[in-house]
Design a protein around this ligand. Structure first.
Ligand SMILES: Nc1ncnc2c1ncn2[C@@H]1O[C@H](COP(=O)(O)OP(=O)(O)OP(=O)(O)O)[C@@H](O)[C@H]1O
Ligand SMILES: *[C@@H]1O[C@H](CO)[C@@H](O)[C@H](O)[C@H]1NC(C)=O
Ligand SMILES: *[C@@H]1O[C@H](CO)[C@@H](O)[C@H](O)[C@H]1NC(C)=O
Ligand SMILES: CC(=O)N[C@H]1CO[C@H](CO)[C@@H](O)[C@@H]1O
Length: 310
């Protein structure tokens, strides 16, 4: 595969899904209708979609040394996503796993997260990445656990330092995704990257009630020349470009709505993909909405490999 290399840094986890006829009674015993494992995590999904669209895509995150990790590695491989810079922690760690009980009557999902503090990626690990091989590095806004330093901030500063002496075309572009509202530390990332993706949830939590309100508010906290992008479910997406211009896109509903999980990750991946090709921000978010809309019309994301967008 050729073309620019794109890295997504963040979490990969395993969702173990049991689809049940009804939500089970406590202490009962029954067969399930369906059972499967699925790779999850925002950065993991984003890197997979980038690869499906034709980017040279790499995922960077930490692995535990267990069967779930082997499942994840195989899954990344099946998407053609490199995991060359992932670090494996040997003993005492488990892959973050969610047990999901899906009620087939109404689709309700009961989720049990299991996470034993698999460490976050650190600047020290990230320094092994030869930045000259990458066009774009995307960071999932992760929580800052019990460490005194916020490693994502340090990694972004490291990229800035690298960029400083380079011409614009040689610089590595950076983006961050701020999705989960209950993490005030994510605010620190607003002015640290070139492109900032803020989610609807994240915006609503700050009292912002539309995609336009959101980008107008957040751009004031981004750094000079940065762009802010906000997807808003069926209301499409908005962005403010580096010149302060507001641009919007409608959503592109599929013929039949099938599965909206990971629509946000798909939007982010498709928008980044378009931007790496030099597409203008306005057209990039429209492409993002088209691909995300197509994703909503299919189960999972693999079908994105064959979509034909007009
Ligand atoms: N019902 C829908 N029909 C068509 N497109 C949709 C629909 N919902 C979301 N999208 C598209 O997906 C994009 C991303 O939406 P959004 O971020 O709100 O998804 P989400 O449901 O939060 O996804 P995730 O499950 O990844 O968190 C939107 O900009 C829109 O283009
Ligand atoms: C699904 O049904 C259960 C009761 O069986 C109910 O508690 C739950 O709120 C419902 N969820 C949704 C999403 O409708
Ligand atoms: C990742 O994508 C899968 C579908 O391929 C989905 O089930 C899962 O919820 C997604 N994870 C996130 C964090 O969006
Ligand atoms: C593309 C990009 O993010 N360039 C940044 C590289 O770092 C300098 C600071 O050292 C920023 O000013 C650029 O915006």
């Amino acid at each position: 595969m050729s073309g620019p290399r794109v890295m997504s840094v963040g979490l990969a986890c395993v969702d173990i899904v049991s689809v049940c006829k009804n939500y089970p009674e406590e202490d009962s015993d029954q067969r399930v209708l369906d059972f499967y494992w699925q790779k999850g995590g925002n950065a993991a999904n984003t890197s997979s979609v980038l690869s499906l669209l034709g980017a040279r895509s790499e995922y960077m995150g930490n692995f535990a040394n267990d069967n779930e990790m082997r499942f994840l590695k195989e899954d990344f491989e099946s998407f053609g996503v490199s995991t060359a810079h992932c670090r494996t922690y040997d003993t005492g760690y488990i892959t973050p796993t969610s047990i999901i009980i899906m009620n087939s009557q109404n689709g309700s999902r009961t989720i049990l997260h299991a996470s034993k503090n698999l460490p976050e990626v650190t600047l020290e690990d990230f320094k092994a990445v030869d930045l000259k091989n990458y066009k774009w590095i995307h960071f999932e806004g992760r929580p800052c656990f019990n460490t005194p330093t916020y490693e994502i901030v340090r990694m972004l500063a490291h990229i800035d330092e690298y960029n400083q002496s380079l011409s614009e075309s040689e610089q590595v572009q950076t983006s961050v995704e701020l999705e989960k509202p209950a993490r005030p530390e994510l605010d620190q990332l607003l002015d640290k990257a070139n492109y900032v993706f803020v989610s609807k949830e994240y915006s609503q939590n700050k009292g912002l009630n539309s995609k336009e309100e959101a980008v107008n508010a957040f751009v004031k906290r981004c750094r000079k020349g940065a762009s802010v992008i906000c997807a808003w479910g069926e209301d499409g997406a908005a962005a403010i470009d580096c010149e302060g211009q507001l641009v919007t896109s409608l959503c592109f509903p599929p013929e039949k709505l099938c599965d909206t999980l990971a629509a946000g990750d798909t939007f982010n991946a498709a928008t980044i993909f378009a931007l790496t090709k030099g597409t203008k921000l306005c057209d990039a978010i429209t492409f993002g909405c088209k691909v995300a809309g197509a994703k909503c019309g299919m189960q999972g994301i693999r079908g994105l490999k064959n979509i034909n967008l007009t």
